[in-house]
Design a protein around this ligand. Structure first.
Ligand code: DNO
Length: 346
C-alpha cells in the first residue's frame, strides 16, 4: 500500500511541507478546485500542480476528485459534451502520471453531516450526522456546505436542480451511471488510470434523492456494469460503516482486487441512522481497524490508502474534517498496524 494525505491546494492551511513530515507519507491526493464542474482541466494547470507537489518531495498519483456534472447523473442530452470533457481530463491526468481517479455519483449533495463541530467528551470536535437533525433540514435553503463540495448548482440554482430530480428513481441513476461508465472506462483502460468510485456518504437516500453506492449488493452490481479492473472502488470505511448493516472487512475481502483507493476512518453509531466521526483508534468507535487492515493486507492490497477525516484537536482550526493533527495521528496508527501485519507474516 501507499500512504497518502488529502491536500486542498495552495490555500490549504495544512501545507505540503507539513504533510511531508508525517512518517511514511508518499504523496498527496488533490484536485483543481477553481475550474467549474464539467469543464476541461488544462494540461498546463495539471502539470503546474504536479510540479508544486513533486518539488515538495511528494507524489501526485491520485486525484480526488474529478467531479461528475449533474447533467450526466440526470441523463440530460447535454451529458455527452460533459462526458467528452471527462475523458479529456482522464487523458490529461494520465499524461501527468496520475494512476487513480476518485469520483462519486451522488445526486446534488456530496458527503452530508448535521453538525461540523460537535464537541466530544475529550474537548475535541468532530463531524456528526444525527438523523433527527437532518430530517428537520431544508435542503433548498443552502445551509449545507462541506469541503470539497461543488455548490455552484448551475443555472437556476439549487432549487431548480432539486426539482430536476423530482420523480427520478434509483434505476434512472443506475442507467445513467452505466452510460457514463461505458464511455469513460474504455479511455481509462487505454491510458491505464484506475477509476475508483467513492461510496455514498451516508450510504442511504437523503432528502428524497436516490443513492446507490451503498451496500455489498450494490457494489457488486456496480462492478458488473463494466467488468474491468479499471472500473473500481474507493472503499471508505467511514462512509459504508455509517450503517451497522455493512460488514466492512467482509466487503474488502470480497471486492479486494477492485479496490484501488482506501479511505480509513472510524465511526461511532449511537443508533442506526446516526453517526459520529471518531478518532481512528478501534476502541474510539464501532469499527475494528485491525480487522479492516488485515482484510486489505490479506487481499494483497497494493493501492493507495489515506487517513480520512480527523477531529479538530489541540486548538487547531481549519477545514472541518481536514486538519493536520488528527489525520496525522490516523496515518501513524494505520502505518503501525500495517507494519505489524507485515512482520507477523514473515
Ligand atoms: C469527504 C470525501 C468526499 C469524496 C468525494 C469523492 O471527505 O471523502 O468528498 O472526496 O465524495 O468524489
Amino acid at each position: 500500500m501507499k500512504m497518502t494525505f488529502r491536500w486542498y491546494g495552495k490555500d490549504d492551511p495544512v501545507t505540503l511541507e507539513k504533510i511531508r513530515q508525517i512518517p511514511g507519507m508518499t504523496g498527496v491526493v488533490t484536485a483543481i478546485y477553481d475550474i467549474p464542474v464539467g469543464e476541461v482541466w488544462p494540461l498546463e494547470r495539471i502539470m503546474a500542480l504536479k510540479k508544486t507537489i513533486n518539488d515538495a518531495g511528494l507524489e501526485m498519483e491520485v486525484i480526488e476528485s474529478v467531479p461528475v456534472h449533474e447533467d450526466i447523473k440526470l441523463g440530460l442530452p447535454t451529458r455527452d459534451k460533459y462526458i467528452e470533457n471527462y475523458k479529456t481530463n482522464i487523458r490529461n491526468l494520465a499524461q501527468a502520471g496520475v494512476k487513480c481517479i476518485c469520483y462519486n455519483f451522488m445526486p446534488v449533495f456530496d458527503w452530508t453531516r448535521s453538525n461540523l463541530d460537535y464537541k466530544l467528551e475529550d474537548g475535541s470536535s468532530a463531524l456528526v450526522y444525527y438523523k433527527s437533525d437532518v430530517d428537520k433540514m431544508n435542503p433548498k435553503s443552502g445551509e449545507l456546505s462541506l469541503p470539497g463540495w461543488d455548490t455552484s448548482y448551475g443555472q437556476g440554482g439549487l432549487g431548480h436542480l432539486l426539482d430536476q430530480y423530482k420523480d427520478f428513481t434509483e434505476e434512472d441513476l443506475w442507467n445513467n451511471l452505466q452510460y457514463f461508465l461505458k464511455e469513460i472506462i474504455a479511455v481509462a483502460e487505454e491510458v491505464r488510470v484506475k477509476m475508483a468510485i467513492h461510496p455514498d456518504d451516508p450510504p442511504w437516500s437523503i432528502f428524497g434523492l436516490p443513492r446507490i453506492i451503498t451496500t455489498s449488493d450494490n457494489l457488486r452490481r456496480f462492478l458488473s456494469l463494466v467488468d474491468s479492473p479499471y472500473n473500481g472502488l474507493t472503499h471508505c470505511s467511514g462512509s459504508l460503516g455509517a450503517t451497522g448493516k455493512n460488514d466492512i472487512p467482509a466487503m474488502i475481502r470480497e471486492f479486494g482486487k477492485r479496490i484501488h483507493f482506501a479511505h480509513i476512518r472510524n465511526v461511532k453509531r449511537p443508533e442506526e441512522g446516526s453517526f459520529e466521526e471518531a478518532a481512528h483508534l478501534s476502541k474510539c468507535g464501532d469499527l475494528d481497524m485491525v480487522e479492516i487492515l488485515r482484510a486489505y493486507y490479506e487481499s494483497g492490497f497494493e493501492g493507495y490508502i489515506r487517513p480520512d477525516h480527523g477531529r479538530m484537536i489541540w486548538g487547531e482550526t481549519g477545514k472541518p474534517g481536514y486538519g493536520l493533527y488528527d489525520r496525522a495521528l490516523g496515518a501513524t496508527y494505520i502505518n503501525g498496524i500495517w507494519e505489524t501485519l507485515e512482520k507477523l507474516d514473515k
